[in-house]
Design a protein around this ligand. Structure first.
Ligand code: ACO
Length: 433
């Protein structure tokens, strides 16, 4: 894939020698200097830990303008995509276009027919301790799908790639619900294919065999939207992990398991839990000033959780939708006067008018309101990152597919700045001091 244009040239001068490199323009966003020939030309590498100024790939899936607070899937603003449903979003991310009615029905049918997992998976779960974190269970069980579905692991076969994709979008919610049920000691609930994606997931999490379970459509619609908001976010840490793993030609189920492992970290998927914990700790609006003082104190490690973002230097567009969903869910569940919500609203209002936060362009991110919302939906904090993984699975798959479909893709193999010992001689053990 190389759909970029080349208009300018960048010149790098090292000592008394200069080297020219093409500057590529995408359809939007900053230009990139193509330095892929740098080592061959000049015998040096670039150094950019954490990819602060490095585009690791070319992609057509998701566009973010952090300064303007813009997020688009395949060109469609997130606010508009959120008007549809999650499976439509999945189709859009995977195929690049919104489906027509027939395409949508076919896609929903294909995903729905893959929701059950091999019965042997239930026995696989028995090996975990009951107090296992559901993310630990997710890493293992999604990776284990590679041992159950051999017939969709030839990454060179487009049909098998498609089947593996459908299987993951369909089965990850089933495994997530099983992970939850296992840790609370309740029986697994089989998927119910007459239900939509989010309703089915809620039923698998919250139903018990001895009682009727009726899905609340307001709550399942809210969960569906939360899935849409988290479906993709261009080259974040877990997506980069999936691409890196996949670049070696690894089994697709194992690649998604690697993405889940990366997402688990508190700097990535775990911030919503931290935000809820912070708001609960504040407890009352009268305590807010003390926490703001702490946030500004350089000696104090405390930061306002759910505020600030590496890319968004404006209001995270997902946070606006999440705030709206939070109100809807709390109203529906009778928690409108929840003190945590009151604290969140007042805290946000004060921070947005505070010079410290204004000057540093710190705005609420998607996690500021998501913890309160997920709690009101009935999920324990240990499931928050799992829900993120359920939603992000399609983004990971779309990015993995895009990479494999690219005839020019290469194994991800960064280089390094070596600062270890220079050559020295091996000393036999009996001669060492
Ligand atoms: N509370 C208080 N001060 C903050 C916060 C915050 N949440 N975030 C940044 N700052 C301050 C820093 O202290 C720094 O101040 P200084 O210039 O006086 O030293 C300045 O703002 C810039 O901060 P950096 O850490 O350099 O910004 P960076 O882009 O590296 O960090 C990050 C982004 C990690 C998200 C940060 O804003 C943060 O820790 N936020 C809280 C955690 C959080 O909500 N994470 C979720 C991210 S969204 C997601 O993963 C889905």
């Amino acid at each position: 894939m190389d759909a970029s244009n080349t208009s300018k040239t960048a010149t790098l001068t090292v000592g008394n020698k200069s080297y020219d490199f093409p500057v590529k323009n995408g359809t939007e966003g900053p230009d990139v200097v193509d330095i892929s020939t740098l080592y061959n030309k000049a015998g040096i590498f670039t150094y950019d830990p954490g990819f602060m100024a490095t585009a690791s790939c070319e992609s057509k899936i998701t566009y973010i303008d952090g300064d303007a607070g813009i997020l688009r899937y395949r060109g469609y603003p997130i606010e508009q995509v959120a008007q549809g449903d999650f499976l439509e979003t999945c189709y859009l991310l995977l195929e690049g276009e919104l489906p027509n009615k027939a395409q949508k029905a076919d896609f929903v049918n294909r995903v729905t027919n893959h929701t059950m997992v091999h019965e042997q998976m239930a026995r696989f779960f028995q090996g975990f301790r009951r107090d296992a974190h559901p993310m630990a269970v997710m890493v293992a069980s999604v990776g284990a799908l590679s041992a159950f579905y051999h017939d969709s692991t030839d990454i060179n076969d487009p049909h098998q790639r498609m089947v593996a994709s459908m299987r993951m979008i369909a089965k990850v919610p089933t495994l997530a619900a099983m992970a939850y049920k296992y840790t609370i000691g309740q029986p697994f609930i089989y998927p119910q294919n007459s239900l939509d994606y989010a309703s089915n997931f809620m039923r698998m999490c919250f139903a018990v065999p001895c009682e009727e379970y009726k899905v609340n459509p307001v709550l399942s619609r809210a969960l569906d939207k939360i899935f849409i908001l988290h479906a993709d976010h261009e080259q974040n840490a877990s997506t980069n992990t999936v691409r890196s793993s996949g670049s070696s030609g690894a089994n697709p189920f194992a690649c998604i398991a690697a993405g889940i492992a990366c997402l688990w970290g508190p700097a990535h998927g775990g911030a919503n839990e931290a935000a809820l914990k912070m708001l609960t700790e504040i407890g009352d609006v009268k305590n807010i000033p003390a926490f703001i003082k702490r946030a500004k104190d350089k000696e104090d490690l405390f930061r306002v959780m759910g505020f600030g973002h590496r890319v968004y230097k404006n209001y995270d567009p997902r946070a606006k939708i999440m705030q709206q969903l939070c109100h809807e869910v709390l109203k529906e569940t009778g928690h409108e006067n929840d003190p945590v919500l009151q604290v969140a609203l007042e805290f946000e209002r004060i921070l947005l008018s505070d010079d410290y936060f204004i000057s540093r362009k710190l705005y609420p991110n998607v996690d500021f309101y998501s913890g309160i919302t997920l709690k009101a939906l009935g999920f324990p904090t240990s499931m928050f990152t799992v829900l993120f993984a359920v939603a992000r699975t399609v983004g990971w798959i779309a990015q993995w597919k895009e990479m494999i479909d690219d005839p020019n893709y290469k194994i991800a193999r960064p280089r390094q700045l070596y600062t270890g010992d220079v050559e020295r001689q091996y000393i036999p053990l009996d001669k060492r001091k």
